[in-house]
Every structure is written in structure tokens, then in C-alpha cells.
Write a protein that binds this ligand. Structure first.
Ligand code: 2NL
Length: 361
């Protein structure tokens, strides 16, 4: 009988050693330790033995059982480790493969859009609302309401794009500035008014520094006691935030616009000694925008009483601001739709300008 146990033990261990995968090992477990397995059959014989026989065989059969259980468990662990090893060897990661382009690397935000986002972020933070209006305007909103006299050169055919006259003989036109939006806002809004208006504007002009379509941002404040001191503060705060510098020095020079009185041109301190213009340092001046106190005629045309309300306004070129901040040399490239240009100068789509996160980080 003890020979029988030893033989069984030997054949089971050989089977375990031969089992090449988990399925074969499981089959072996069922054939030995399962209900109808060889070891279970041996255990069943104990009941029919004499007590003396049982005293000898009992420990031997039970010993075989626990020894086989342990051997199967050990083999199972070894097989699992080997299987993992095979997978690790076959599923190698090739770190030299080229990167799949991330979504943010595919498209670029145009510098004009980026600059408009930066400008509106700054003025929103100062409490201004953003206003917009139509590109196609009437002569009234573009010129008359803004105090342009009848024979003003800007009203000439060769300066502005006019549409064919309608049945009543009125010609619509492409707005030459965003100022019509201020007039429309004054007509419908009770002061105090604080708005900035970014948008497309048009002039019949084309050379290295002029394109027929360009972008302007204007600002308007109307209240009972708005004054030039506030105008200067607003503009200097804007210039510091936009050019991301600690301080700026400005110079206000007398000028003329039909819609403001007095009118001023604003220069900002800059350094031109290197091959780029640096704002906020140096001993040079750069003309950056025009501004003034809103002309009483404009306030009156918009339906407000100029003896009650006064205000200030300013206007600047977005394209020019973008060129200064980001260093482009030729305005025309902005509108060439050259993918290499936009890849170089464009901005990441999900990196929206915020005062908190950095305007152009
Ligand atoms: C410039 C100068 C300017 C304004 C725009 C404005 C609008 C209204 C009333 C009064 Cl409704 N003024 N806008 C005022 C002064 C200057 O723009 O050089 N722009 C590029």
C-alpha cells in the first residue's frame, strides 16, 4: 500500500512538472483532488480499514494530499509569472515612434483674435462692457452723427467703400471706424455708459502698412462728470496690462478729430535701440492711439443732453497693437492665410488670455 502512495505521488509530481499552462494544471487538480480524483479515492478507503492500518495510512494519504495541493499552487504561481513575462517581452512600447499630434498642436488662434481677447479681458476687468455693431453702416451713423461735415475728405468716394444707392438714393457703406456702435449704444442706453468696441473696419487704402480691411478697438465713457484725468488713468492702466510691463509713461499731444473736442494723440515711452520696439523703457516716443472728450454735437445727435452728460472716447488699431506686441513686420501677412505664418505667430486654442493666468503666457 505505501508503495502505491509513493507511486501515485511520483506520477502526480511528474504531471505537475509537465503542465505547460493553467488549463492543464487545473485538469490535473480535478483528476487528483477533485471529487472523483485519485487522492480522494484513496482517502475514501480509510473508512473501510482496520484501525491499525488507518493509523499508518491516514497520515501518509493526508500528507500526500497537502503536499500535492501546495505543489499545484506553487506551479500555478510560476505559470502566471511566466505568462506575464512572455507578455512583457512581446508587448514592448516603442518610445522612438513619432508623437501623434495633440489637438492643441493642430490649430492656431490668429494673433488678431488673440489680441482682441487680451484687450477685452483687460477692459472687462475695469468694468467695461463689450459692444458690437454691423460692418455695413448708413452714412448717418458712420459720418453725420459723428459730426463729420458735408465735405469731409473721409466721405469721398475714393476713401470709403460705398454700396449702390437704394431707391431713395441712400448709399450704405462699409464702416470706416467702430464709432457708429458708440452712437447706437448711446441711443439705447441710459448713462453711465462704459463700453469697448472691437471690430472690423474698412478704408480704400492698400500698402505695406494699410489693408482695405483692418481692426479697431474704440472705447467710450459717458457720465455726468467724466474727465480727462480718468481717460488718462484708463489708457495707462490698459497699456501696462496689454504690454505686460510694470509702468508706462505717456505723452498727450493736441490733435483733431471731428467727434472729439479737445482731441489728443497719445504717445507711449519706448526704446528703439535694438531691433524691436520695447514699450515702457527708453527715451523714445511711439504714437499709439487717438482720444478726446466726446464732442457735444455727438452727444446731442445720440439723443443725450450735452449740458448733463459728458464723456471721453478713444480709438486704436488692433493690428498695429498686435504687430508691436508680437513683433510682426508686415501688416499684409495677417490676411495672407499662410499656414506657416499662423503656425509661427498663432496662439494655442485652449490657452485663453486672462488677467489671472497671464495674458499671453
Ligand atoms: C484713432 C482715433 C478715435 C474716437 C476714436 C469716438 C467715438 C465717439 C465719440 C467720440 Cl461715438 N469719439 N471715438 C475718439 C477719438 C479718437 O480714434 O486714431 N483711431 C485709430
Amino acid at each position: 500500500m505505501s508503495n502505491e502512495i509513493a507511486d501515485l505521488s511520483q506520477s502526480i509530481h511528474a504531471g505537475i512538472a509537465d503542465a505547460s499552462d493553467e488549463a492543464a494544471l487545473e485538469a490535473l487538480r480535478v483528476a487528483t483532488l477533485g471529487k472523483k480524483g485519485s487522492i480522494s479515492a484513496l482517502l475514501a478507503t480509510l473508512g473501510k480499514m482496520s484501525p491499525e492500518d488507518r493509523q499508518v495510512k491516514g497520515p501518509a494519504i493526508n500528507g500526500l494530499k497537502s503536499e500535492v495541493m501546495a505543489a499545484i499552487e506553487a506551479k500555478r504561481t510560476a505559470l502566471a509569472a511566466a505568462a506575464l513575462d512572455t507578455r512583457l517581452k512581446s508587448e514592448k512600447l516603442d518610445v522612438t515612434l513619432p508623437l501623434r499630434p495633440a489637438p492643441t498642436a493642430v490649430g492656431r488662434v490668429h494673433p488678431i483674435s488673440q489680441t482682441i481677447d487680451e484687450i477685452t479681458a483687460i477692459f472687462s476687468d475695469m468694468g467695461f462692457a463689450i459692444a458690437e455693431g454691423p460692418d455695413v453702416e448708413t452714412d448717418y451713423y458712420n459720418f453725420t452723427a459723428l459730426n463729420f461735415p458735408e465735405g469731409h475728405p473721409a466721405r469721398e468716394m475714393h476713401d470709403t467703400f460705398f454700396f449702390e444707392p437704394d431707391a431713395e438714393g441712400n448709399r450704405k457703406l462699409l464702416r470706416t471706424h467702430t464709432s457708429p456702435v458708440q452712437v447706437r449704444t448711446m441711443e439705447t442706453t441710459e448713462p453711465p455708459i462704459r463700453i469697448v468696441i472691437p471690430g472690423r473696419t474698412y478704408r480704400n487704402d492698400s500698402d505695406q502698412t494699410h489693408t482695405p480691411m483692418f481692426h479697431q478697438v474704440e472705447g467710450l465713457v459717458i457720465d455726468k462728470q467724466s474727465h480727462i484725468g480718468q481717460l488718462r488713468w484708463v489708457l495707462e492702466e490698459f497699456l501696462k496690462a496689454f504690454f505686460e510691463v510694470e509702468s508706462v509713461t505717456t505723452r498727450f499731444r493736441p490733435s483733431f478729430f471731428p467727434f472729439t473736442e479737445p482731441s489728443m494723440e497719445v504717445d507711449v515711452q519706448c526704446d528703439r535701440s535694438g531691433n524691436e520696439v520695447k514699450i515702457g523703457e527708453g527715451n523714445d516716443w511711439l504714437e499709439i492711439l487717438g482720444c478726446g472728450m466726446v464732442h457735444p454735437n455727438v452727444i446731442r445727435h445720440a439723443g443725450l443732453d450735452p449740458d448733463v452728460y459728458q464723456g471721453f472716447a478713444w480709438g486704436m488699431g488692433i493690428d498695429r497693437l498686435a504687430m508691436l506686441k508680437y513683433g510682426m513686420a508686415d501688416l499684409r501677412a495677417f490676411f495672407d492665410a499662410d499656414k506657416r505664418w499662423i503656425d509661427h505667430y498663432g496662439f494655442r486654442p485652449l490657452d485663453l488670455p486672462t488677467l489671472f493666468g497671464g495674458l499671453s503666457s
